[in-house]
Design a protein around this ligand. Sequence first.
Ligand code: BGC
Length: 764
Amino acid sequence: MKNLILLAVVVAMCGCAPKDYKDATLPVEERVEALLSQMTLEEKVGQMSQYCGVEHVRVRDMRIAQKRKKIAANDDANAYYPGINADTLLRWTEEGKIGSYLHVLTVEEANMLQEHAMRSRLGIPLIFGIDAIHGNALAPDNTNYPTNIGLACSFNPDMAYKIARQTAKEMRAMNMHWTFNPNVDVARDGRWGRCGETYGEDTYLVGSMGVASVKGYQGNLDSQDDVLACIKHLIAGSQSVNGSNAAPTDVSERTLREVFLPPYERCLTEVKAGSLMTAHNEISGIPCHASKWLMEDVMRGECGFEGFVVSDWMDIERLHNLHAVAENRKEAFYQSIMAGMDMHMHGIYWFDEVIELVREGRIPESRIDESVRRILTAKFRLGLFENPYADVEQGAKVRLCEEHRQTALEAARQSIVLVKNDGILPLDVRKYKRVMVTGVNADDQGILGDWSSKQRPENVTTILEGLREVAPQTEFVFVNQGVYPNKMKQEKVDEAVRKARTADLNIVVVGEQGARYMKGRTCGENRDRANIELLGLQEELVRRVAASGKPTIMVVVAGRPQNVEWADENLPAILYAWEPGMYGGQAVAEILYGKVNPSAKMSMTIPRGSGQIGVYYNYKPSHYFHKYLDQNPYPLYHFGYGLSYTTFEYSDLSLSTEKISADGTVDVEVTITNTGERDGVEIAQLYIRDCYSSVTRPVKELKDFARVELKAGESKLVKFTITPDKLQFYNADMQRIVEPGEFKVMVGSSSRDEDLMTASFVVE
Ligand code: BGC
């Protein structure tokens, strides 16, 4: 009553009624303030609270009941909420205590949950988040594109944009509003199971693909086809001390700023990504979830980030129960919020304990208001207040539509790298009439990679199916090696070896099982390895099949580098397919049979073996001063390397000037000629080296690239412009500057020295 009187007095004094936050004609800022002014503390903290979907909780409860097994309270991988069932979550939703759900996998569930939210006092809609990493593939019946590591091999940001745009449409068709992508980690360690989620090892390429994806997801964040992007994971979890997920990272501020931060900066300054997720790991002693420096100083202060920060899965709790920087859970919540955290990715203690922290006066309510403002801004901009539900029938027309399927196929064609070919490819159907196909992933959905659910068989073309479609006149004999490389059976290897002898050609598919729904998957999140050798009996399979004396070629399906050194030395052809998605099998077959001319280039260096893990192309000058005594120190496949069925020649490299001032630009021109007999696409790469500098600089860094389509015999002039930002680096005082002196420009078909033409200019 008192409050009502107060409100009446305020209204009378300023002569205006509070604005109606439901009025869509008002600017978003005014709607946010109007709503915020009416919210209780509970409703505010509710907006900062996310939970796993109720079906997820129901299925988990059912499993526990069936097994009559007590699941430990800290079994956080299962999202266990002790004492809380699906009905409690629905009630809390109606009470305005939940602002977001994740892992809701059907449109029916999303709409149902939204109905509960719309019944809450203020009718604030939920925002649904999901890991739509390569299409909204965690939910069945959506288009499933190649994973990011392969997509990056296309060096095609336009394709990344297109995929993100289509994914956004398929998400909105399911009432999903927020993807936990793009992952703009820079991945340089093949032991890390999550390499496949990233765009590889190069800062510039990762940034370019990330920017294009954010643009595609978000549009202008003002239509029913837009979703919120989430750049993650801040930061450098890809470079942990032992290669495993969530282990400590200990890189210098220089490495952070030179290698890992630029993609984030670009996604914020060039396209304003609307949210970001902090990483599981610590950086030099500070867990990212408690790092004010990262969230506030660097992201908001330096990069102008205006969106909201979401924690990663139960990671705030881990400040207490893993990193041990908080004596108890409540202290962990306190630390994280005061460092800049806005939303808690699921768990049942956050809500009450954050409210206590505010009531105790430890967290000012104004700090809570900041987070709520950011979250509400996203909800208003996405139009959730006006359109809280998705139309199931309309949505069905968008998901997996023909246009999206075609994009998935084209993206696969552009992402598969031909790394070896001594002339056997394209395969001659007249010569190879009987072909033995074997290996894990040859006929299963492992080609989909992480963050995919099991898809209907008719929506996936496995490699074997692709071969049969593309070369119907050929007899394909299949020897099934199962779906897990580490569980292969000796007798199946023996069988393949026997059948190899009677075939005209053998195709061995090797790699890892990355499909998320597969319990024994060997690749993907939390599937880190101590080495990158072929798992299980795969190396034996390849060598013995090859010993049959019949031509044997290899296809690699994996979300991270695999050591295929022996195969490279002994087999006539190798195709590195990464995780090519739903039509990966068709694309592999089209390339093997020459229906498609491969164009992709490696987005990550492939080492010669585990001892080389951590090898990357943009190393510092002293890197190879003393070489290993027991191994060739140089990688097997260099960053930017990949073959085609045609040949390209670079000529007439020229610079527009020999001297510039520190704020000047240089135009670079080069002629590329298709000197072979087939039309093709060449990915031209431009690298720069600062020849002498006050702190050490990499021997080369990618600064631009272009996909150039060339008909057989055709030449094209390709132009690049070197702008001052491409010459900058951090000096000893960590100021970003351009230093005078000579700069070397390298242009060519890969990062290998022998593939590059050079020229130079001077900054005066
Ligand atoms: C991963 C995140 C992901 C989240 C929600 C975490 O385990 O690290 O990348 O977005 O789960 O699925």
